[in-house]
Design a protein around this ligand. Sequence first.
Ligand SMILES: Nc1ncnc2c1ncn2[C@@H]1O[C@H](COP(=O)(O)OP(=O)(O)OP(=O)(O)O)[C@@H](O)[C@H]1O
Ligand SMILES: [Mg+2]
Length: 240
Amino acid sequence: MTDTTPPTIIAFASPKGGAGKSTTCLAIAGALLSKGYSVHIIDFDQSQTLWRWYTEKAAPTATTNLTVQLPPKENLSDFAKGLWSHPADFVLIDLAGQLTREMLHLAVFATLTITPVQLSEPDIVEANRIHDQLLDIQTRVHKPIIHRLLVNNVQPLRGAFENALLDELIQAQLPRFNRLIFHRAAYKEIFGTGLPPHFADQTRPAITKAVDELDALFAEIETALTDEDTAIQPPKKEAA
Ligand SMILES: Nc1ncnc2c1ncn2[C@@H]1O[C@H](COP(=O)(O)OP(=O)(O)OP(=O)(O)O)[C@@H](O)[C@H]1O
Ligand SMILES: [Mg+2]
């Protein structure tokens, strides 16, 4: 009997280059694979980061549970619709740094859209922008869109400036995961060793800290996927 359960589709979207879409996508893919899920990745990144990782470096992680593909050049909408019948448990979409309207529409097909942001002013401006764009799409297509920011690449010794930006993010009430992803060698190394933290040397504290971080994030992802009322909420109107 064929399993007809649609996959959970997670899109990594941010118009800001270098925010950590490809890195967090692959780190989360590793976490999912280690839990026994099958994962299919679609690499829209202009530099084909994950495709190159898969074809050149992924051998140690290569299981039949992992596939990576480049997207088609056209008919994106049909392609996106087809994803709902993909046999993998999870389909992860690593979107390009420059988000076109067409690409943003992939968020409509995604079960969850994650926007990695770093604690920098331009990242936060872009995060607000993408959130507004998704809200706009949600209103037009009448389909709830689940969107979460993921604060990434946080320096362990945060300065007053980063703390102020984090406060700003909290006050802006943009939906985000509470778990912060710290700046760690374990993430940087993925593209050198080929190993996402869950597959790297677990005797190194630098690796296990990343694994714990990702597992805590995964618990929050699961909640975001199962909670009712989790979709983007229209901004509350200011009292007159
Ligand atoms: N948590 C982290 N710790 C350490 N390095 C990180 C972390 N997140 C990202 N990086 C590094 O930051 C750089 C940019 O990350 P990445 O390529 O994932 O960003 P991106 O959003 O996919 O960029 P693009 O928009 O160009 O596709 C990479 O060198 C990556 O190794
Ligand atoms: Mg990328």
